[in-house]
Design a protein around this ligand. Structure first.
Ligand code: BGC
Length: 745
């Protein structure tokens, strides 16, 4: 048999029958592609993902129902995003790739980088951030890491899968600017920076068209504009019309349909309604993917589960966000007299439900890990039952323990059944049994540290002010218990920063009145104003802002400067002014106060994480990419960098700006041809056009008036309508003048 890697995909495809080609572009079963053994094209495995390998050996399913072989459960994306650390994510990716290769998995289905549009989205635990730059930079790091081990990734869910409600049908109705600037931007970055081997289309529709058969999305934008040269795979069961999908640019349908849709392709080619070249191209991409997987495979590969557990602990420690530490309760000393309260300390919630559910190699819990770091007896009370059932006796026991201890460490969180792939949450509330427990504990002992376990944001307003210390633990993977103990005892100095805003109330959230839509449509009415972009625009108070996170040390920012270049460079000196080593996340936000278009007041365009010893200073440079300064211009249908003065804010969060600078940016030349629909205002903003038209109207005896106030009144009038007001002017003449002006500009 011939070695498939010695031939090009096109050469191999040329040797296949029509039926073989059709079969290649669909699954063999739930997780494998169809082989063509005659041509030595093996079957390869694609499986979840994203924060561990979910390899099922018996029955397959996409809801995490059946068991899978043990693999390291790294922190899910909700935690990873808060690390703000691409190097760390690349290491996680490399470990994921190593495990996938050792388990003979060809493509790991992830990362998921959809924007957290609403905190209610049931799958937010699988996504990185409310910000497209952060999602894109971190998503690219994961892809680089995984693929560095000869295993492919599947960047998902492309695109605009921002809710679970009606996810297999709903149309995300999004205007062009937010679609480009918020929802596609992260995907573009990952595709162009990290070249994922595959992209997975989303279930939903975008502006009425299913992603699985959207030629604009899968071909014009993804391949045409972004240069993607990998394979597009469907989300599991996302295809509703196989032939239309193939034409639109979807190469591989998963899972298997038992040959039903292969037959549709064959019939369409035979009937002449589908060009065989389209099938050849898709089959060629499948062959190309198989070749890459075969090239990266190693039947003898293994992985070191102990080393990966240690990495999972390190990463979780870097992702935990210290939200509040008012009276310096934290870090705890080894001999601090603490009581641990809350079932979640003993029974951790460490990952979300659904297709990403990993069967961990080990599982730490915070209670055991706290006991390992403490030099005293650490009493424990469950305080509540995870099923929310009535538990007065549990509360009494917890209150007694809290009253006897110096500090009560109370573990609270969202129970697993309230948060999952497949449905959205109804509210942002912690269970009433838990908040009642907290009140009772606070009454017995005000020295309370709350530790949270949650995949999506929970409301903290109403009680956060009464709790001196709050640790946001998200879902931290299998070693999260150890990582929480490390942070509580100062073994790790917290350096995670919020990748999403914690709002005061659900009603404040930008999508509140437009989520989750109705009758098959969800309107993204908040437009560009997602997350902090909206809270800042409306001047709303938030509980904890985007980018926020405390440390056990303090940092000072001095001597900021910005070098105006194609990609402007921001320099700032950061000094650790406290007593402990720690890491600071320096964030750079950009604004364009005199923009000609609507823009958020500040948008994250760069960040850097810097580790400093006590007293150490370092001058860091954060490069801003010119492309990231652009807005999507709906007239030119392209990205445009506006010329003018930009504000450059350097801060420790979106609401803790430490230095503000200005930089002059040269704009892109924008050529918007004048038409009869162009307004007088637009015409007069174009100097060449203004002069020609004024001279011409003068010589024709027309009077458009040049007086300032008249001009202001008439500014919105389309030039084609002038004929109706100036009898001496005929539309043909106006068109000639516009043509002349368009030639000169
Ligand atoms: C999910 C994907 C997942 C696939 C396979 C789908 O339901 O949306 O994220 O990769 O199933 O399990």
């Amino acid at each position: 048999m011939t070695d498939p890697t010695l031939r090009t995909p096109a050469e191999i495809v040329a040797r296949l029958t029509l039926e073989e080609k059709a079969s290649l572009t669909s699954g063999l079963d739930f997780w494998h592609t169809e082989p063509v053994l005659r041509e030595n094209i093996p079957s390869v495995m694609l499986t979840d993902g994203p924060h561990g390998v979910r390899k099922q050996t018996a029955e397959g399913d996409h809801l995490g129902l059946h068991s899978s072989v043990p693999a390291t459960c790294f922190p899910p994306a909700v935690a990873l995003g808060c690390s703000f650390d691409p190097e760390l994510l690349e290491r996680v990716g490399a470990a994921l790739g190593t495990e996938a290769r050792a388990l003979q998995v060809g493509v790991l289905l992830g990362p998921g980088i959809n924007i957290k549009r609403s905190p209610l989205c049931g799958r937010n635990f699988e996504y990185l951030s409310e910000d497209p730059l952060l999602s894109g930079v971190l998503g690219a790091a994961l892809v680089r890491g995984i693929q560095s081990r000869g295993v492919g990734t599947s960047l998902k869910h492309f695109a605009a899968n921002n809710q679970e409600t009606d996810r297999m049908r709903v149309s995300a109705d999004i205007d062009p600017r937010p679609l480009r600037e918020i929802y596609l931007r992260g995907f573009q970055r990952v595709v162009q920076d990290a070249h994922p081997w595959t992209v997975m289309c989303s279930y939903n529709r975008i502006n009425g068209v299913y992603s699985s058969r959207n030629p604009w999305l899968l071909t014009d934008v993804l391949r045409g504009e972004w240069g993607f040269d990998g394979l597009v795979v469907s989300d599991w069961g996302a295809v509703d019309d196989r032939v239309a999908s193939l034409r639109a640019g979807l190469d591989l349908e998963m899972p298997a349909t038992g040959g039903r849709t292969d037959a549709e392709i064959v019939a369409s080619v035979r009937a002449g309604s589908l060009d065989e070249a389209v099938l050849d191209e898709a089959a060629g991409r499948v062959v190309g993917l198989v070749q890459k997987i075969v090239g990266g495979a190693d039947p003898d590969a293994t992985f070191d589960s102990e080393a990966h557990h240690a990495l999972a602990r390190e990463v979780a420690g870097q992702s935990i966000v210290l939200l509040r530490n008012e009276t310096g309760l934290l870090p705890l000393a080894a001999d601090t007299d603490v009581a641990v309260i809350g079932e979640l300390a003993r029974t951790p919630r460490y990952q979300g439900a659904g297709s990403s559910r990993i069967n961990p190699t080990r599982l730490d819990n915070a209670l055991d890990e706290i006991r390992a770091l403490s030099s005293r007896e650490v009493p424990f009370a469950a305080g509540y039952a995870l099923d929310g059932s009535e538990a007065a006796a549990l509360v009494d026991e917890a209150v007694t323990l809290a009253g006897d201890a110096d500090i009560a460490v109370v573990f609270l969180g969202v129970p697993a059944e309230l948060e999952s792939e497949g449905f959205d949450r109804d509210d942002l509330e912690l269970p009433a049994s838990q908040t009642a427990l907290l009140d009772a504990v606070l009454a017995a002992n005000p020295n309370v540290v709350v530790v949270l376990s949650n995949g999506g944001v929970v409301r903290l307003s109403g009680f956060a002010e009464r709790v001196p210390a709050i640790v946001e633990g998200w879902l931290l993977g299998q070693a999260g218990g150890g990582a929480l103990a490390d942070v509580l005892y100062g073994v790790v100095n917290p350096s995670g920063r919020l990748a999403e805003t914690i709002p005061v109330r659900l009603e404040d959230t930008p999508a509140y009145t437009n989520f989750p839509g109705e009758h098959g449509h969800v309107r993204y009415g908040e437009g560009l104003f997602v997350g902090y972009r909206d809270y800042d625009a409306r001047g709303l108070d938030v509980s904890f802002p985007f980018g926020h996170g405390l440390s056990y040390t303090t940092f000072e920012y001095t001597d900021a400067s910005v070098e105006a270049d194609r990609d402007p460079r921001v320099h700032v000196t950061v000094t650790n002014t406290g007593e402990r080593a720690g890491a600071e996340v320096v964030q750079v936000y950009i604004g364009v106060p005199d923009s000609s278009v609507t823009r958020p007041a500040r948008e994250l365009k760069g960040f850097g994480k810097v580790h400093l010893e006590p007293g150490e200073s370092r001058r860091i440079v954060i490069t801003l990419r010119r492309d990231d300064l652009a807005y999507w211009d709906t007239r030119a249908d392209s990205w445009i960098v506006e010329g003018g003065t930009y504000t450059v804010e350097i801060g420790a969060s979106s609401r803790d700006i430490r230095q503000c600078l200005h930089v002059e940016i040269d704009g892109d030349a924008v050529r918007i041809p004048l038409t009869m629909e162009s307004s007088l205002g637009e015409l007069f903003r174009n100097p060449a056009a203004a002069e020609i038209v004024m001279q011409a109207f003068g010589s024709m005896g027309g009077d458009v008036g040049i007086d300032e106030s008249v001009l202001k009144m008439a500014a919105s009038m389309p030039i084609g309508r002038i004929a109706g007001f100036a009898p001496g002017v005929d539309p043909g003449q106006i068109q000639q003048l516009l043509d002349a002006a368009n030639q000169q500009t």
